[in-house]
Write a protein that binds this ligand. Structure first.
Ligand code: DOR
Length: 415
């Protein structure tokens, strides 16, 4: 048994000073004076539901030189996450039962829950569908993240299957024919710096197609890393008609194209968007039209990312910086309540994707993060423990340091 003593606990909308008793994997009592088992002093600390990230790239199998599941799971635990959804752009990709079982074996090394997403099409090649039914038991949903599904025919059939298998389609919406070799957003910055741009409509055009198909097939559809205000308009409209949700990344909330530097750590897909897009996305997390915040944590080797905007691969790391930067920017400034940030980083994820809720109530599993919300610090390369250090947030001011992360009643990270 563990007693978390004297913490400020997020109960409903409010922070209330309480003790929490954990027995085995559950929260068994929340009260004023508990002194049972091992005592963990949480004075001046805040206890929140642990975070869930529905969009990470843990690179195994196939790209272990970038990262491994075991390594990145430790990074996630240090960042307050106990659950992640691993994107399937892997080698072999989880498209068949054999390859999903391989991933299922590999994830057993992880100290957090690493959920599997299967591909929509075999090896994300948009030629034929993955073995959606065979792999259903292992996967939380289907995604070709990293690539858009090229034809309406394949997406339509995938959605019919997903609806009957009761799993969501988690869509990387991108019409490749509109990329034109771009590496950053087509806008003001790329013209000034003569760097090829990606049109915002490459996201929205494919999203429009997908949403028409969603209405026809009645599947659950989740849009990855929304980056354009036009996409958000479409999502809002379709939310009134179908089972549609979307996520935004911390980098699209905190940065825009005018922050770009010709450095690989500013290259990600979708790219940093316009000031107007950023404003619309911030409005979206406030008004609830955006459901969740996912990091798109995408480690590459430091060598790969050393080649500037033109020649580095797309993708940056984001797990460790997510909470302290979002807290500092939105909660510490009273633009967002702490409860709303926790909805966006934990409670909405479990509702959308059918996981155990991490809400702090008696009887629930003890999945918690304990944070020093007064701790201010600057993001430095040393703060990032991922093998990949490629972060556009180096030098930014942050607030809120994770002290402990608890999964199923066990302490998996202690600062
Ligand atoms: O920036 C990105 N990196 N976007 C993606 O869609 C894929 C990801 C990766 O796998 O590196």
């Amino acid at each position: 048994m563990i007693t978390l003593k004297n913490g400020n606990v997020l109960i409903g909308e409010n922070l209330i000073k309480k003790d929490i008793l954990i027995s085995e994997d559950k929260i068994v009592k929340i009260d004023n004076s508990i002194n049972e088992g091992k005592i963990v002093d949480c004075s001046n600390l805040t206890i929140l539901p642990s975070f869930i990230d529905c969009h990470v790239h843990f690179r195994e199998p196939g790209f272990e030189y970038k990262a491994t599941i075991a390594e990145e799971a430790k990074v996630a635990a240090k960042s307050g996450y106990t659950d992640v959804f691993m994107m399937p752009n892997l080698k072999p990709s989880p498209s068949t039962l054999k390859d999903v079982k391989l991933l299922d074996d590999l994830r057993k090394d992880a100290i957090i829950n690493c959920h599997i997403l299967g591909t929509i099409t075999k090896d994300e090649k948009s030629v034929e569908l993955s073995d959606m039914e065979d792999i259903k038991k292992y996967v939380k949903g289907y995604s070709d993240d990293g690539k858009g599904v090229k034809t309406s025919d394949l997406m339509y059939k995938a959605m019919i299957n997903a609806a009957s298998l009761n799993r969501p389609i988690i869509a990387h919406s991108e019409d490749e024919s509109l990329l034109y070799g771009g590496v950053v957003r087509e806008g003001i910055w790329n013209k000034d710096h003569l760097i090829p741009g990606i049109l915002d409509i490459s996201e929205t055009a494919q999203l429009a197609r997908d949403l028409v198909l969603v209405e026809k097939t009645n599947c659950q559809y989740h849009l990855c890393h929304i980056s354009s205000k036009y996409s958000l308009e479409l999502i809002k409209w379709y939310k009134t008609r179908c089972r549609v949700s979307c996520e935004v990344t911390p980098h699209h909330l905190l940065l825009n194209e005018m922050d770009l530097v010709d450095d690989g750590s500013f290259k990600m897909n979708p790219p940093l968007a316009s000031v107007e897009d950023q404003k619309a996305l911030i409005e979206g997390i406030k008004d609830g039209s955006i459901d969740i915040i996912s990091t798109d944590h995408a480690p590459h080797s430091n060598e790969e990312k050393s080649k500037g905007l033109l020649n580095s691969p797309f993708g940056i790391v984001g797990l460790e910086t997510a909470f302290p930067l979002l807290y500092k920017r939105f909660v510490d400034t009273n633009e967002l309540s702490l409860k709303r940030l926790v909805d966006l980083m934990s409670l909405n994820e479990s509702k959308l994707f059918n996981l155990d809720s991490h809400e702090i109530i008696e009887g629930n599993k003890a999945n918690l993060v304990i944070i020093d919300l007064n701790k201010e610090f600057t993001i430095t390369p040393d703060f990032i423990t991922s093998k990949s250090k490629s972060s556009p947030f180096i030098g930014m001011e942050a607030k809120g340091l994770v002290k402990y992360t608890i999964l199923n009643g066990g302490i998996i990270y202690e600062a």
